[in-house]
Ligand binder design. Structure first.
Ligand SMILES: C[S@@+](CC[C@H](N)C(=O)[O-])C[C@H]1O[C@@H](n2cnc3c(N)ncnc32)[C@H](O)[C@@H]1O
Length: 265
């Protein structure tokens, strides 16, 4: 487990349904597809795979994928969706319940995907760099890595320093009538080291009004473009492209994203 002791996505099944209905952007999938254009079917590893938002379309494209995630709840929903796919596609997908900060990642992959801000799940730069190190060991020579993060250079952005704002995220009503309320409040930050800690509250309200509440502290370290670039180069990757958004526009200083496409030497 990360020094973050709790995983929001592993308390209760309802979070997976809410995640799937609210985080359904496909632009990053199209970007990955463009980067893979002209390549044969690949063996892909996707740590932090969640409910398979990226993994399922890539399996439908003909690739073989192993998805790793620490949350049984997210993997169960991914598995349910995979069971609805044609038999040949199902055979190309495997899922494994793994804490990627603890376990050694499996090897011999043509592509490792660190998609959709998965570094926000990790508490420190050390844990994030370790993911790049593990990805390098998991990748065949000549294999690729895709790393997709929001962009923040320099000191901790002012938006992360607001202690008075209750941020609501992944909240809504599920098909069975249960409501999910998910809030995050900043309780501490370190501007220079770009660290922030949050008080997180996750409430499940049953149709008859019974409330179950989970409360935990989570730390995040929003990575910079410079950090990811340094770690990729240090751990044997040659950077082929840096994109500033999911449309594949080039990275620039004010770009919303810093997305790397790199090749293992
Ligand atoms: C924001 S979701 C992203 C899901 C997916 N990659 C996508 O693009 O939709 C983050 C996922 O990371 C998983 N996760 C968080 N910490 C983890 C850890 N230490 N090991 C493995 N998975 C972890 C969570 O369970 C969750 O499913």
């Amino acid at each position: 487990m990360s020094i973050n002791q709790h995983n929001l996505y592993d308390f209760d099944t309802h979070i997976a349904e809410i995640y799937d209905t609210q985080e359904n952007d496909t632009q990053d999938i199209e970007l990955v597809r463009n980067l893979l254009r002209g390549k044969p079917s690949l063996n892909i590893l996707e740590p932090f795979c969640g409910t398979g938002r990226l993994l399922i379309p890539l399996a439908l494209d003909g690739h073989s994928i192993l998805g790793l995630d620490q949350s049984q709840v997210m993997l169960q929903l991914a598995q349910k969706k995979i069971k609805e796919l044609p038999d040949d596609v199902q055979k190309r997908v495997q899922l494994q319940c793994t804490d990627v900060t603890v376990e050694t990642w499996p090897k011999e992959y043509d592509l490792v995907i660190l998609g959709f801000n998965c570094f926000y799940e990790l508490a420190t730069a050390e844990e994030q760099e370790n993911c790049i190190y593990q990805a390098s060991r998991a990748c065949n020579p000549g294999g690729y890595i895709y790393v997709d993060n929001d962009h923040m250079e320099g000191e901790l952005d002012a938006a992360w320093q607001d202690m008075n704002h209750k941020y609501v995220y992944l909240s809504g009503t599920c098909k069975d009538g249960y409501q999910v309320k998910n809030t995050r409040e900043t309780i501490w930050f370190d501007v220079k080291r770009r660290l922030a800690r949050f008080d997180r509250r996750y409430q499940i309200i049953s149709p008859d009004g019974a409330i179950t509440e989970y409360q935990f502290t989570q730390q995040k370290h929003p990575v910079s473009k410079v950090e990811v670039q340094t770690w990729l180069e240090k751990h044997g990757f040659e950077i082929l492209g840096v994109y500033g958004d999911h449309s594949g526009n080039p990275y620039h200083h004010y770009a919303p994203k810093a997305i790397f496409w790199a090749k293992k030497r």
